[in-house]
Design a protein around this ligand. Structure first.
Ligand code: FE2
Length: 214
């Protein structure tokens, strides 16, 4: 029992993924370099927090006097864990030479029509969500029960994620995502640049519910 949880935490560390995203439209290599470093920080901190929590669990039942420290570690884990995973979705839905609109016959386009009436209405909702004041994320999710798409604002990294929903398109609107390329007041330009780099094939691959079932 001794060190069992800690050993497991150490054996199951996350490693930062590598993304080849140089020469995107309107999002500079320098911005991406800084952004990858931030992402690596989330991976590192997720591993550190897992280890710290495991150290406490290895001592047996969490004592009452330890609970505030334990609770704080858990709260921070939610921030770091979601920060790591959301950045992987974000980098994973970008590619050099991407952009344009999704093909009319694509799964995603059809899902937009089914859920919003049209792709244009879906995009209006998603962009408007991304332009909300504050730092966070605009995320298009698929409801795994029926394939319906909906767009949500996520504050920081962990507030507003819909439990069990499947992230389909993830856009980082923290200022670090665009501040080297645009002014803080120019978030709309960054969002336009984001859309000119979307990897719609990767977006399609994330959809799990067949359009026939809608
Ligand atoms: Fe970010």
């Amino acid at each position: 029992m001794v060190n069992q949880v800690l050993d497991r935490a150490r054996a199951q560390v996350y490693r930062a993924k590598q993304y080849d995203l140089s020469s995107l439209n309107g999002i500079s290599d320098r911005t991406l370099e800084v952004h990858f470093k931030l992402y690596e920080g989330y991976v590192k901190n997720t591993n550190i927090l897992h280890e710290k929590i495991a150290e406490i669990l290895d001592k047996g039942r969490v004592k009452q006097e330890e609970n505030p420290a334990y609770a704080e570690l858990n709260r921070r884990l939610g921030f770091e864990y979601n920060g790591m995973v959301l950045h992987e979705y974000y980098f994973g839905n970008l590619r050099r030479g991407g952009g344009g609109d999704p093909g009319r016959q694509s799964e995603f386009h059809r899902a937009c029509e089914s859920s919003f009436g049209s792709y244009e209405t879906w995009k209006n909702d998603f962009v408007s969500t991304g332009e909300m004041r504050g730092v966070g994320w605009a995320i298009c999710y698929e409801d795994p029960a029926n394939g319906r798409l909906s767009n949500h604002w996520v504050s920081l990294h962990e507030v507003g994620n819909v439990a069990g929903f499947n992230p389909i398109l993830v856009m980082d609107v923290w200022e670090h995502a665009f501040l080297l390329d645009y002014k803080p007041s120019e978030r709309a330009k960054y969002i336009e640049a984001f859309f000119s780099n979307v990897d719609w094939q990767s977006v399609d691959r994330r959809l799990k519910v067949c359009t026939v079932a809608r």
